[in-house]
Design a protein around this ligand. Structure first.
Ligand code: PLP
Length: 319
C-alpha cells in the first residue's frame, strides 16, 4: 500500500530502472541465512547493525587457478576479529571453510574474490543492547579483482598522500578487519583531485598508515620497510615478510615518514585484491626513475609462484 503513495503502479518499473542495481554485477554465489543464492538475490535487512552502524567484521581470501591462497591465515584473522567484537556464529571453522569452498565451486570461478562477513545482526525485540543481537554470517564468491589493473601493474601506480588521518586505533582496533572506510574514501577523493590513481593516508602521529584496502612498503638500499601502527596487518603484508626471508632481504615494520616514501628506491602496495603492486609515482615524485624496481619484480614473481604450492594454497573441489 505504501508504494502507491509514490505514484501509480506503472511508475514503479520506471523508477526501478533509473537506479542501476550493483547486485546485478559481478556474477557469483552467496551464502546467507542457511542458503546458497545467486549474488543478485543476496540481500540483508536495512536494520542489520552491520549496515546501520558498520558493526561487522569480515575477511577476504582469494582463489587463483582453482586454489585458495593462505585460507588458514584469513580464517584465523576472521575468528580473532569475531572474538574481539564478542560475536558468535552457529558455524564452526570447518563448516565456514566448507561454505566458502561451496560458494566458489557453485560459482564456477577459477579465480575468485571470496568474502566472509559476520555482522552484529539485530535483536529480535529491537533492543539496542548488542548482547541481545543475533549475529549474521554471509559469504560470497565473485570474480577476482585487483586494486591495480594490468596496465598499472606494468608501469606502476600513481599514489597521492592525503592529509586524512586513519581512525585512531584507540577508537577502532585496526587489526580487526572492519568497514570503517570513510577516512579511506576521503583519501581516495583527495587523490583523484590531485590527479593520482589511489591514496595513502596518515596515522595519528603523521606517519604513513595505509590505503583503501592495501598496505605499503618502501625499498631503500637493501632494506624494506612497512608501517607498523594504525594499520590492518594484511595477510599479503605477512606474505611479503615470509618471501623476504626466503630471498634473504631485510624487512622491518616501523614508522614510515612521508619523506621516506618520496625518497625510496622502490615502493609497492600489497592486498589480497592484486597481490604485490608497484608504485612508480608518489605525489609529484617519480620513484625509481618511473620503472618497476628489481626487488618489487622479484617479490611479485615469487608471490604468484607460491599460488600453486600446496604449503601455501588449498584446492577447491569443483563439481
Ligand atoms: N588495509 C586495509 C584497510 C584493508 O582493508 C586491506 C584489505 O582489504 C589491507 C590493508 C590488505 O590486507 P590483505 O593483504 O589481508 O588483503
Amino acid at each position: 500500500m505504501a508504494i502507491a503513495t509514490f505514484g501509480s503502479q506503472e511508475d514503479i518499473p520506471e523508477l526501478k530502472s533509473r537506479h542501476h542495481d550493483p547486485r546485478n554485477y559481478p556474477q557469483g554465489v552467496a551464502f546467507m541465512d542457511g542458503q546458497y543464492l545467486p549474488m543478485a538475490e543476496a540481500k540483508i535487512s536495512v536494520l542489520d547493525w552491520g549496515f546501520l552502524h558498520s558493526d561487522a567484521t569480515y575477511d577476504t581470501v582469494h582463489v587463483w587457478d582453482g586454489r585458495f591462497f593462505r585460507l588458514n591465515l584469513h580464517l584465523d584473522r576472521f575468528f580473532r576479529g569475531m572474538e574481539r567484537l564478542r560475536m558468535k556464529l552457529p558455524y564452526s571453522r570447518e563448516e565456514i571453510e566448507e561454505i566458502l569452498g561451496y560458494c566458489v565451486a557453485l560459482s564456477g570461478h577459477k579465480s575468485a574474490y571470496v568474502e566472509m562477513i559476520c555482522t552484529r545482526g539485530g535483536s529480535p525485540t529491537f533492543s539496542r543492547d548488542p548482547r541481545e543481537a543475533e549475529n549474521r554470517f554471509i559469504a560470497f564468491a565473485v570474480p577476482y579483482g585487483s586494486v591495480a589493473n594490468n596496465e598499472q601493474l606494468k608501469r606502476g601506480l600513481h599514489v597521492a598522500v592525503s592529509e586524512t588521518v586513519r581512525i585512531p586505533p584507540k577508537s577502532v582496533d585496526p587489526t580487526i578487519k572492519n568497514y570503517h572506510w570513510l577516512d579511506l574514501v576521503k583519501g581516495l577523493f583527495d587523490a583523484y583531485d590531485f590527479g593520482a590513481e589511489t591514496a595513502l593516508i596518515m596515522d595519528t602521529n603523521g606517519n604513513i598508515a595505509e590505503g583503501p584496502g592495501f598496505n605499503v612498503f618502501t625499498v631503500k638500499g637493501d632494506r624494506l620497510k612497512t608501517p607498523a601502527l594504525g594499520i590492518l596487518p594484511g595477510i599479503t603484508r605477512q606474505t611479503v615478510f615470509e618471501l623476504c626471508q626466503e630471498c634473504s632481504l631485510t624487512v622491518v615494520a616501523a614508522d614510515l615518514a612521508r619523506e621516506e616514501l618520496l625518497q625510496a628506491d622502490e615502493v609497492f602496495i600489497t592486498s589480497t585484491a592484486g597481490g604485490i603492486m608497484p608504485v612508480t609515482r608518489v605525489d609529484h615524485a617519480v620513484i625509481g626513475g618511473g620503472k618497476v624496481g628489481s626487488v618489487t619484480s622479484q617479490l611479485m614473481n615469487l608471490y604468484w609462484r607460491k599460488h600453486s604450492d600446496p604449503a601455501w594454497s588449498t584446492a577447491v573441489s569443483y563439481p
